[in-house]
Design a protein around this ligand. Structure first.
Ligand SMILES: [Zn+2]
Length: 837
């Protein structure tokens, strides 16, 4: 369904609204007793809001209908355009009541409804950021209108019903239904309110902080971990609770401010659009973190980091909230930094900074080289812009520069400034200036120049090194004129291992942009060793040679991370032949012990064979990569390599018979490998994509795994078959079937694109561009974004992209941004392929 243009709230109009109107509190009554009935599209939603202010304003609501509006008990005419409910002639303080019908969501935005195929149970949860609370009840949808919320949810008897606060009372509400009234929240913005309901499986726990409460009293926080009942057997709640307690210890020490939200529930929910969401007292997570099969240590580490990221938000984001989405980065980079810090220092995952340096920052570097990049402090004029700003700059670059800031002001001053900030602004809204003021006063440093250099500019520098400078010395140089302070490490052999034998501090202060490095020449010199600055680095020729023969002998994983990153950035920039990168992966990835680095190297190798090697070499490289992955699996490489094998086997079929033998049990499963359901589906999808598996195979796999994950994977595998009719049907459903959920859309897109036969889908290239604005107008932004990205044609020229952009100067800015970015990725791939020839 399409939404009226008034759904796209602007910064200016919301600023005017909060200046005009104060909101004192909400009472929200939701009735979801009809949710298990598939024919019920909507649910009754009544909100009573206490407002103060004069004149005309509006409440935001994206629902099925508005039945009645009352002001101080008197009915007023309903003026509802599908996005806004008009309020006329308010005077002073009023009680506004809106009786409406919300719509159950299939896209993960608003109140999402999911039916579990295993047991037919219905599950609900809400997801709002940045502005989807209005899909559930009428509200003032902007972060600077904080208020206490009292939720009252009527639901089928026997369900778990949870919200931000604990339940205050539960009463019978007719046959088979109960009404749960929750304690009022402290003042919070709409986007972090939450309701979760369904027959969720629940595990309870508790955290006790001695002296952590107000006035030094002890503090007890009840903990809950929830997931779908059919996943309960896979939920390792003890491990999750352990990280949770470690985090609460850490943040109470660091922040010196008692956890303010009472209890702390963490719910793993189906068909979730993101990793997790920091609703106070009711954090929601993707259920991909409930591992129903094997998982690598990197996956457990990522889950721990996410748990701690969300927990940091309880203070930074929830207790103190940005005024508007321009400062989204402030809470996200803070949480990203704190999540990693807490993970490295308070949990078993002491190596957490390695993944941060290599994987997280790769996301930032990629985004920062796109034509659409923006300063960390962004100019967010409206909600569509806000929605697209959950990107590599906001999270990863922001966190990287925050890490610099901590090094610059000193860790103690940083935490002291944060503590002052929480005390000064609790339950309020802030901008960057407020945080910088506290950090300046705690550290005694003026931060304006730092903020200008790192927060208000774009782009990423490249640091380079020469071991034989003009007079034979080691020289470093940089490309962006910003002040950089970083380490350089000299590495040499110590027995069989490569270890750092010397470290130098290097300062490049703009002009001149090169400086001597006080290190002797060496087989290997690593720039930005210890990961202190935000920059791509290059290996000098001698170090590159050393790495090609000896990378897996470098002992320190953080140094290996910098080297892997340097290699990959050089490929993307057309300075290192993808074939050389693939050779390094084939030689050294089997010995890579850090599973985060390994997963990146394997994913990058996949990208290299499919995007960056010259067209003429592609089939050969794909075959070689398949053999590399196959051999690694056979010799005990385990899960990471088996995933790489599935990717490689979807574009090359040299091992199809061997893979089938693994799946049907006629060949032994190699040591170190467990064929769990998700891995089996990946391999089946590869066989389907190359024409070596058909519907009968896939149906029988589904019979063995008739779960939500199994059904989605089945959909993907069917759509992967190299058959024009299959592709046509998948595309039609993606574009036309609005009953599909977000996950189903993803599965069909993945199937549609799978395989090496671009000729099967190239005929839709023109239709893609012709249909873009219609998709953007007609679908919710979450689904539209998936379609625009997922169906983008991987052609051999950018002519069609440029043609569309030239012909559509007035298309929505957010849509243009996505197309420009995809066009740039394509242009880069074409450029690199040309160089490799
Ligand atoms: Zn976050």
């Amino acid at each position: 369904m399409s939404e009226p243009t008034t759904a796209n709230l602007t910064r200016d109009e919301t600023a005017a609204r909060s200046a005009q109107v104060t909101v004192h509190g909400y009472r929200v009554e939701l009735d979801v007793t009809g949710a298990p009935d598939a024919a019920a599209t909507g649910f009754p939603s009544t909100v009573t809001v206490e407002v103060e202010g004069d004149g005309d304003t509006w409440l935001d609501f994206l629902g099925e209908s508005v039945e009645a509006v009352r002001v101080d008990g008197a009915a007023v005419p309903v003026e509802y355009d599908g996005a806004r409910v008009a309020l006329r002639n308010l005077r002073g303080r009023s009680t506004v009541r809106v009786e409406a019908t919300g719509r159950y969501s299939r896209s993960g935005e608003g109140l999402h409804r999911f039916v579990d195929p295993v047991d037919g149970a219905t599950y609900l949860y809400t997801q709002y950021e940045p502005a989807d609370c209005r899909r559930v009840f009428a509200c003032f949808e902007q972060p600077d209108m904080k208020a206490p919320f009292t939720f009252e949810v009527t639901a089928p008897e026997g369900w778990e019903v949870i919200s931000n606060r604990e339940a205050a009372a539960t009463e019978q509400a007719g046959p088979g239904a109960v009404r749960v009234r929750f304690a009022p929240t402290l003042p919070i913005p709409t986007y972090i309110t939450a309701v979760v309901a369904g027959p969720y499986h629940r595990v309870d726990g508790e955290w006790r902080g001695v002296g952590a409460g107000p006035g030094g009293a002890d503090l007890t926080v009840p903990l809950g971990v929830l997931c779908r009942a059919s996943l309960a057997q896979h939920l390792d709640a003890d491990a999750i609770l352990e990280v949770t307690r470690q985090g609460l210890d850490f943040f109470h020490d660091a922040f010196g401010y008692p956890y303010p939200w009472g209890k702390y529930d963490q719910v793993f929910v189906p068909e979730y659009n993101l990793g997790a969401m920091e609703n106070p007292g009711c954090v929601t997570f993707t259920e991909k973190y409930v591992f129903r099969g094997e998982a690598t240590r990197a996956q457990y580490e990522a889950r721990a980091t996410t748990i701690l990221h969300e927990m940091a938000h309880m203070w930074f984001g929830d207790l103190v909230t940005m005024r508007w989405w321009d400062d989204l980065w402030l809470k996200e980079s803070f949480a990203d930094y704190m999540g990693t810090l807490a993970c490295a220092e308070a949990t078993e995952f002491t190596e957490a900074w390695v993944a941060f340096a290599e994987r997280r920052k790769a996301w930032a570097y990629r985004q920062d080289q796109l034509p659409t990049t923006h300063p960390v402090v962004a100019d967010i004029v409206d909600l569509e812009a806000a929605k697209l700003n959950f990107d590599g700059i906001t999270y990863a670059k922001g966190a990287a520069v925050l890490k610099q800031l901590v090094a610059y002001v000193g860790r103690e001053a940083f935490f002291e400034g944060s503590r002052r900030y929480f005390r000064a602004h609790a339950y309020g809204n802030t901008t960057l200036t407020d945080l910088l003021a506290e950090l300046s006063s705690a550290s005694g440093r003026d931060l304006d120049a730092w903020a200008r250099a790192w927060l208000q500019t774009t782009g990423v520098a490249t640091l380079t090194l020469e071991q034989d400078g003009p007079s034979g010395e080691v020289v470093a140089a940089q490309s962006d004129g910003r002040p950089h302070r970083f380490g350089a490490g000299r590495y040499d052999y110590d027995g069989d291992a490569f270890v750092r034998v010397e470290r130098a501090d290097v300062e490049l202060t703009g002009t001149p942009q090169h400086a001597p490095v006080p290190l002797a020449a060496a087989p290997l010199i690593v720039l930005n060793d210890d990961d202190l600055t935000y920059a791509k680095t290059r290996l000098d020729a001698r170090s590159l040679g050393t790495v090609e023969s000896g990378l897996s002998r470098v002992a320190d994983p953080l140094a290996r991370g910098q080297i892997w990153a340097a290699l990959w950035n050089a490929v993307r920039d057309g300075e290192l032949d993808p074939a050389r990168y693939l050779a390094v992966v084939a030689r050294h990835a089997p010995g890579e012990t850090n599973t985060a680095l390994l997963a990146s190297a394997l994913a990058n190798a996949d990208d290299a064979v499919n995007r960056y090697v010259p067209e003429a070499d592609r089939a050969r490289r794909r075959g070689e990569w398949l053999d590399t992955a196959w051999s690694a699996v056979q010799s005990g490489g385990g899960l990471p390599w088996a995933r790489a094998l599935a990717g490689a086997a979807s574009v090359a079929d040299g091992r199809a018979a061997g893979i089938r033998a693994l799946l049907d049990g006629s060949a032994p499963v190699p040591e170190g490998l467990r064929l769990d359901p998700d891995l089996r589906w990946s391999l089946w999808t590869a066989l389907a994509a190359t024409g070596h598996a058909g519907p009968a195979d896939l149906d029988s796999e589904l019979a063995a795994d008739d779960t939500a994950g199994g059904r989605t994977a089945h959909l993907r595998a069917l759509a992967a078959r190299p058959d024009p009719a299959v592709k046509r049907d998948a595309r039609r459903r993606i574009l036309e079937d609005e009953s599909l959920t977000n996950d189903q859309v993803d599965a069909l897109i993945a199937g549609f694109r799978a395989g090496r036969r671009r000729d099967l889908i190239a005929e839709y290239d023109d239709a893609y561009f012709a249909g873009l604005t219609g998709v953007w107008r007609g679908r919710s932004i979450e689904i539209a974004r998936r379609i625009v990205l997922g169906l983008f044609p991987a052609g051999e020229t950018t002519d069609a992209v440029e043609g569309w952009l030239a012909a559509h100067p007035d298309a929505p800015g957010a849509l243009r941004r996505l197309v420009i970015e995809q066009g740039d990725h394509l242009a880069r791939a074409i450029r690199v392929r040309g160089i490799g020839r």
